[in-house]
Design a protein around this ligand. Structure first.
Ligand SMILES: [Cu+2]
Length: 438
């Protein structure tokens, strides 16, 4: 009987998991640059599919002198990561007991002493799992568990325990399978366009959930709209909030077509949420770009020459400038690495008039060509700036024509990465087609 109660308690604990929407779309992993004392790190965190669960952590360093790395999560004690010294890679995991914005502390020791840093890890059970919890299948499982327990009480103790364990294990397996597709359907928003180009955006209303939005690099919302299917036009707009969950923007002069929209907002606790929509926009004329808004016009997706790294690729921009991309190594799914970009002027020289764009040297938007992945990322990493708290990197200092982004593509396939950099009051947009290997 006691075992039965424990099983039911476990089940209830799983049901009580709190849920919120998704960071980006289809890209739940965290990649950040971090400095621990004298050591530069590239940290990759793969949050668990279902919370509670184990997050796996990879720490890469360029520094051959690093001998040991250990991690700690909210007073849980320091755990050493396994070292692969040849690749300067350290891997391991931490147990995440409940949903929320966690901080993983990282301690590095080596020939230049010890250093410490921390990396934020947002952990939630995804929308897929949430749907599962409200599905008849879930309640059938609960019923089966209760019925199984009721019958098992009449059987010898051992069998009852085995049966109950199998049922609970089965429950978790099904939950896991369901939630693995969690990001495939990001929450949607409603958009409407008035004559004159005024765009209104309505986020889905959920009790008290949208009143706590904060600015992320200067704006409450970053709206990306990409023209489908060629991905040859990218709008990056910053709609203003009219009331909780209601935003408005004005479309700039642009070509018309079918667009897929992605709106990023950040909650007070630093968690990022992305809403999506599809809309047809007629061509707009006579509307000047304002503020930080930008329109990038690039050649359509190239299916012939995608980059799979390593090596440098260069693209020509509208005004004759060039942008280059150099992945550090071959591109493999779920593997953190640095994507290095450079901006050159028409003569191939470094532009002398580089500027920060919304406080940073560059912004990038990553799309998978099948529409299942979207991520708006920065040189510091994949998280919204608010999530870093005090440990923000790459935010200060002069604008640079050379930037590197820590990132790992969530799955194998074809991707398009848009990069935005600013010089002489012009926001340049370049697009790179990438092939990511398994
Ligand atoms: Cu940005």
């Amino acid at each position: 009987m006691r075992r039965g109660l424990i099983c039911v308690a476990l089940l209830l604990a799983a049901v009580l998991v709190t849920v919120r929407g998704n960071a980006h779309v289809g890209a739940p992993d965290v990649y950040v640059k971090a400095a621990a004392g004298p050591y530069q790190l590239l940290v990759s965190v793969h949050p668990p599919v279902v919370v509670p669960g184990s997050a796996s952590i990879d720490v890469r360093t360029q520094d051959a002198g690093v001998t040991a790395v250990s991690v700690e999560l909210s007073g849980g004690g320091w755990q050493p990561l396994q070292a692969f010294a040849k690749e300067q890679l350290f891997t391991g995991g931490v147990w995440i007991s409940s949903s929320g914005a966690w901080q993983v502390r990282i301690r590095v020791s080596g020939d230049r002493g010890a250093g410490e840093t921390s990396v934020p890890v947002p952990a939630t059970t995804g929308a897929g799992a949430r749907r599962f919890l409200f599905s008849p299948l879930f309640w059938l499982l609960v019923l089966a568990l209760v019925a199984g327990g009721w019958f098992a009480i009449r059987l010898p103790n051992k069998r009852y325990a085995v049966g109950a364990t199998v049922l609970v294990a089965g429950y978790f397996v099904v939950l896991l399978v369901w939630s693995s597709g969690r990001d495939a359907s990001a929450p949607t928003m409603a958009v409407s366009l008035e004559p004159g180009g005024r765009l209104e955006i309505l986020l889905p209303r959920r009790e008290g959930d949208l009143g706590d939005l904060i600015n992320d690099h200067g704006h409450l919302m970053h709206l990306f709209a990409v023209r489908e299917p060629e991905m040859d036009v990218l709008l990056h707009l910053h709609p203003a909030q009219i009331s909780a969950g209601r935003f408005e923007a004005r479309l700039p002069s642009m070509a018309g077509g079918a667009f897929k929209l992605y709106a990023d907002v950040v909650h007070r606790d630093g968690t990022l949420e992305t809403f999506t929509a599809q809309a047809g926009f007629p061509a707009q004329t006579g509307h000047a770009l304002a503020g930080d808004d930008s329109v990038g016009v690039v050649p359509g997706i190239s299916r012939t020459a995608p980059i799979s790294g390593p090596g440098m690729t260069s693209v020509r921009l509208m005004d004759g400038y060039r942008m280059t991309l150099e992945p550090g190594s071959a591109l493999h799914a779920r593997t953190g690495q640095l994507l290095r970009f450079t901006l050159l002027d028409a003569e191939g020289s470094p532009p002398a008039d580089m500027q920060l764009y919304m406080g940073m040297s560059a912004h990038a938007a990553v799309f998978k060509s099948d529409g299942t992945v979207f991520a708006h990322i920065h040189p510091a990493g994949t998280l919204p700036m608010a999530a870093y708290g005090g440990s923000v990197m790459d935010m200060s200092g002069a604008p640079s024509r050379e930037v590197s982004f820590p990132f790992g593509f969530p799955s194998a396939g074809a991707y398009r990465v848009f990069l935005e950099m600013k010089h002489g009051n012009i926001i340049e947009t370049g697009a790179f087609d990438l092939k990511v290997l398994p």
